[in-house]
Design a protein around this ligand. Structure first.
Ligand SMILES: C[S@@+](CC[C@H](N)C(=O)[O-])C[C@H]1O[C@@H](n2cnc3c(N)ncnc32)[C@H](O)[C@@H]1O
Length: 163
């Protein structure tokens, strides 16, 4: 029998928070899938640690632990109750549009990095709001048909030519 792989960020989750988050009603993350944590792990390696991270559409916020050494992690979501949290975490339970209307002016644009990852446009253009509100911002929502990744330059002696 093979064991399913743990989510790459699961080792960061405080044990005393896991059941509080996982056991709530409608929780759709677990130890194998905490959300799109590979994106947050990559961003954490490039965002300066003295910056604030604003996570628009944070869901259950396991990424709060990924950014636990940054100046501040601010999670925003309108649908989740119990979320992961670290000492530098602040959570807001409201729509992204309402959060921006109320709190955007509080952030220093030069030392804040906003993330809006895998957040659908159910009623608001959340990606557009994130991009027009912050100077430093990462937005992503998947679209199109997935094709196998082909490197654009040679790797391990292959020609790298696209066939
Ligand atoms: C697929 S999850 C993505 C979670 C996380 N960003 C990630 O990449 O793993 C999308 C989240 O966006 C939230 N969301 C969607 N529209 C929102 C809005 N207008 N305001 C706040 N949260 C919103 C949903 O409640 C949900 O938790």
């Amino acid at each position: 029998m093979t064991r399913a792989a743990l989510d790459p960020a699961f080792h960061l989750m405080p044990k005393d928070q896991v059941s509080r988050v996982f056991d709530q009603q409608d929780c759709d993350i677990d130890h194998e899938f905490l959300g799109f944590t590979s994106i947050y792990l990559a961003l954490a390696s490039i965002i300066p640690v003295h910056w604030t991270v604003v996570d628009l559409g944070c869901a259950f916020a396991p990424q709060a632990l990924i950014f636990k050494d940054h100046a501040r992690y601010v999670g925003v979501d309108m649908n989740t109750k119990e979320r992961f949290s670290a000492p530098n975490t602040q959570h807001h339970s409201m729509p992204i549009s309402a959060f921006l209307a109320k709190h955007l002016a509080e952030f220093d644009q030069n030392t804040t990095f906003a993330i809006c990852s895998y957040v659908p446009a159910w009623s608001d253009d959340n990606v557009g709001l994130a991009r027009s509100s912050f100077k430093n911002v990462f937005t992503y929502y998947p679209a199109g048909t997935q094709k196998p990744f082909r490197p654009s330059r040679p790797v391990d002696g292959s020609s790298g030519k696209r066939g």
